[in-house]
Design a protein around this ligand. Structure first.
Ligand SMILES: [Zn+2]
Length: 144
């Protein structure tokens, strides 16, 4: 790991623990609409380090609010020029890990919702809510 990225990495690690602002906004809106969820939780017991930002345990819906930089958003992804190769590999690994997490969750019967941090919170909440309602209707109609 290049020394110059140590500070960036530490900032990143701090950020991962604290919730980001778009995520807080989405959570608050969902809560106001009566939805209850767990925060920063690993949906799969076998992958404790794959944590989702907002987790609806009973309905098995996992929401990830992805940062545009760290998850390479198609509109806002930037690549640092210093240590370019290290960053390219690092960011590529993040994306691959995301897709792998999605696949593992879907295999286990979870619905995965990926929100970009740049998405308006209201749009994100509507998208999440539509999925929650569909899952709830599914489970109440007796389907497993
Ligand atoms: Zn973006």
């Amino acid at each position: 790991m290049p020394a110059s990225s140590d500070a960036v990495r530490r900032r990143f690690q701090r950020q991962r623990r604290a919730s980001t602002k778009p995520e807080m906004l989405i959570r608050r809106k969902l809560h106001r609409r009566g939805w209850r969820y767990r925060v920063d939780t690993a949906p799969l017991a076998t992958y404790r380090r794959r944590r989702a930002d907002i987790v609806f345990t009973r309905l098995r819906v996992a929401v990830f609010v992805d940062g545009c930089f760290w998850h390479s958003c198609p509109d806002h992804a930037t690549r640092p020029k210093a240590n370019a190769e290290w960053w390219r590999a690092k960011l590529q690994a993040n994306v691959e890990r995301d897709r792998d997490t999605d696949a593992r969750l879907r295999e286990a019967g979870w619905e995965v919702v990926r929100i970009w941090e740049h998405e308006p919170a209201e749009d994100a909440v509507e998208r999440i809510e539509r999925i929650l309602i569909a899952r709830r209707d599914q489970s109440s109609s007796g389907a497993t």
